[in-house]
Design a protein around this ligand. Structure first.
Ligand code: SAM
Length: 243
């Protein structure tokens, strides 16, 4: 941490994440379906159910990328509600906006380029915040969680959907083989980019496990933090509230 060494590392991580998502943006949706055998749709559907969004609510889909969650929320909040899709990456935002506009999802959706670590919204602003498969890409996760806590309304809810730790050894083994042997090859075949997908697998392994992330949420000021494992803990949905 001396001589600004840590800052150099942080900048390198942010640059690499930017490069990865610029590179994969156009193939992102296809790759999600292929790599997860379509199961990411189920994980997202469950997240949307837990969000319990009602008409008129104001929702933030953080690290929203190509907008799968935003599209659903837009229908649920109706004309009187609002959904903000925020993402740090211009390429992902462009692909997301084009996709949603093609589907006629307009009117109650706004697009904002923003870093999760420093969210440009007022205090106590959103009823629900979701961040799906985004937190592990953020350099300073605690800072990002505090930033989310600040802009959540009292009574509001944060949902963090993220890869996590498989709950049994056999699953962990199969999963490691799949992510380090198969996924980079798929990335190379479909998106012409093995390196980006190697990064993604690496970032999944480095990400805090269920209990660690739960603690981080509590330390960042969230109440009633808990999580629900899906697919044997390959993915976990973390919930936290602001009282
Ligand atoms: N939420 C979408 C989904 O579930 O399909 C996209 C997930 S994608 C794996 C991760 C997204 O996080 C990318 O679009 C990336 O640009 C975004 N991201 C990475 N770091 C970020 C940061 N510091 N602030 C905001 N977004 C970030």
């Amino acid at each position: 941490t001396h001589f600004g060494y840590k800052d150099v590392e942080a900048t390198q991580k942010a640059d690499m994440v930017a490069e990865v998502f610029h590179s994969v943006a156009s193939k992102y949706d296809l790759m999600n379906d292929v790599m997860s055998f379509g199961v990411h749709r189920y994980w997202k559907r469950f997240t949307i159910e837990c969000a319990a969004v009602r008409p008129g609510m104001r929702i933030l889909d953080l690290a929203g990328g190509t907008g799968d969650l935003t599209a659903k929320f837009s229908h649920l909040v109706g004309e009187t509600g609002e959904v903000v899709l925020a993402d740090i990456n211009e390429s992902m935002l462009k692909v997301g906006r084009a996709k949603l506009q093609d589907r006629g999802i307009v009117g109650n959706v706004n697009y904002v380029q923003a870093n999760a670590e420093a969210l440009p919204f007022p205090d106590n602003h959103f009823d629900v915040i979701t961040i799906a498969f985004g937190l592990r890409n953020v350099t300073d996760k605690a800072k990002a969680l505090r930033s989310m806590q600040r802009i959540l309304k009292p009574g509001g809810k944060l949902l963090v959907l993220e890869f996590s730790k498989p709950q049994n050894a056999a699953m962990q083994k199969a999963y490691d083989f799949y992510s380090f042997q198969i996924i980079p090859r798929m990335g190379s075949m479909i998106a012409g980019d093995a390196e980006s997908y190697r990064y993604l697998s690496e970032s999944i392994r480095m990400h805090p496990d269920q209990e660690t992330l739960k603690e981080m949420m509590i330390e960042s000021g969230f109440d009633q933090a808990d999580y629900i494992n899906m697919t044997n803990g390959v993915v976990a949905l973390h919930r936290g509230y602001k009282y």
